[in-house]
Design a protein around this ligand. Structure first.
Ligand code: SF4
Length: 264
C-alpha cells in the first residue's frame, strides 16, 4: 500500500507496509486505489461518449468513498468498484470485446502516480485529493437536490488529467482550477444548506447529556439528521450531534426540534 492523503501519514512521507497509522489495512488502501483507477477509466470513457443519468452520481459517490477514513469497509469498496465498471460497460460496451484495444478507457493503475517523479506525484495528488474533498460537498448538496454542472464536469476533467502524462507546466493550471471549482462547490453546498434549513444563527450548544435514550449523529449529512429528527419526534429519544455535525445546531430548521439536545 501507499497512502499519504492525511496529516497523520507515517514520517510525514507516506503509509506503506501492512497498514497505515490510522489503521487502514493494505487491502483497503489497495481497494481504494483500484476504485480510483476504475473512476479514471469511467471518466475517460465519457471523454467521447455520452454519460448516463447515473454517471455523475457514481463518480461523486466513488470519489467520496475514497476520502480519508470515510469508508474502510472492503465489501462496500468492492461493490463500488463493480458499479463503476458496470457503468463504464454501459457507456462503452464495445471496449471490453474490442479485438485491438487502444487502452483509452482502461482502468488506471494508481502505482503510476505513487511511483512517479515527486513533483508530478505531488501535483496529481493535489488534484486528486482536491476532487475527493469536493465530492463530499457535491454529494451532500445533491442529497438536498442541488447540483452544478460545472462542478460535475470538472470531476471528469480532473480524473482524466491525472491519468495523462502531463508535465508540471500542464498540471499546475489544473491544480489552480481545482481550487476555483472547489470554492464554487462550497458555495453550492452553502446554497443547498441555507435554502433547505435557513441561514445559521449564533447558537449556544449544551454539552450536557440528559437522562433517557439518545442517538449520537456525526458526519456532515444534514438531510440524514433532519430525517432522524422527524422520525424520533415525540418518541422520547434525544438527539446529540458529534464532531463535525456541531454546526447543525445553528440552522433554524434543525434547531427548532426540541429533542436536538446538544453536542456529545
Ligand atoms: S489515511 Fe491512514 S493510511 Fe492514509 S496517510 Fe492517513 S494515516 Fe496513513
Amino acid at each position: 500500500m501507499f497512502c499519504f492523503q492525511c496529516e497523520q501519514t507515517a514520517g510525514c512521507a507516506g503509509c506503506t507496509g501492512c497498514a497505515g497509522v490510522c489503521g487502514k489495512t493494505a487491502e483497503t488502501a489497495n481497494l481504494q486505489d483500484e476504485l480510483t483507477g476504475a473512476l479514471i477509466g469511467l471518466a475517460r470513457a465519457c471523454e467521447n461518449n455520452k454519460k448516463t443519468e447515473n454517471t455523475d452520481q457514481i463518480i461523486i459517490e466513488g470519489l467520496f468513498t475514497t476520502i480519508t477514513n470515510v469508508n474502510f469497509n472492503d465489501d462496500t469498496l468492492r461493490e463500488m468498484i463493480q458499479r463503476v465498471n458496470e457503468e463504464k460497460h454501459i457507456i462503452v460496451p464495445d471496449c471490453s470485446v474490442c479485438k485491438n484495444p487502444c487502452g483509452n478507457t482502461d482502468n488506471y493503475d494508481m502505482k503510476r502516480i505513487w511511483e512517479a517523479d515527486e513533483d508530478i506525484r505531488s501535483l496529481k495528488s493535489l488534484i486528486l485529493f482536491g476532487i475527493r474533498g469536493m465530492s463530499a460537498y457535491a454529494y451532500h448538496a445533491k442529497m438536498l437536490g442541488y447540483t452544478d454542472e460545472t462542478v460535475n464536469q470538472f470531476f471528469y476533467k480532473a480524473l482524466c488529467v491525472i491519468s495523462y502524462d502531463f508535465d508540471m507546466e500542464h498540471l499546475l493550471p489544473v491544480v489552480m482550477e481545482t481550487g476555483e471549482v472547489n470554492l464554487a462547490c462550497m458555495a453550492l453546498l452553502d446554497r443547498a444548506n441555507t435554502t433547505s434549513y435557513g441561514t445559521p444563527v449564533p447558537t449556544k450548544v449544551s454539552l450536557t447529556v440528559e437522562k433517557g435514550p439518545f442517538i449520537v449523529v456525526s458526519g456532515h449529512d444534514l438531510k440524514d439528521l433532519e430525517l432522524l429528527l422527524k422520525q424520533t419526534e415525540g418518541k422520547g429519544i434525544n438527539i446529540y450531534t458529534h464532531g463535525e455535525m456541531l454546526p447543525a445546531h445553528a440552522y433554524p430548521e434543525l434547531k427548532k426540534y426540541p429533542h436536538l439536545k446538544g453536542n456529545f
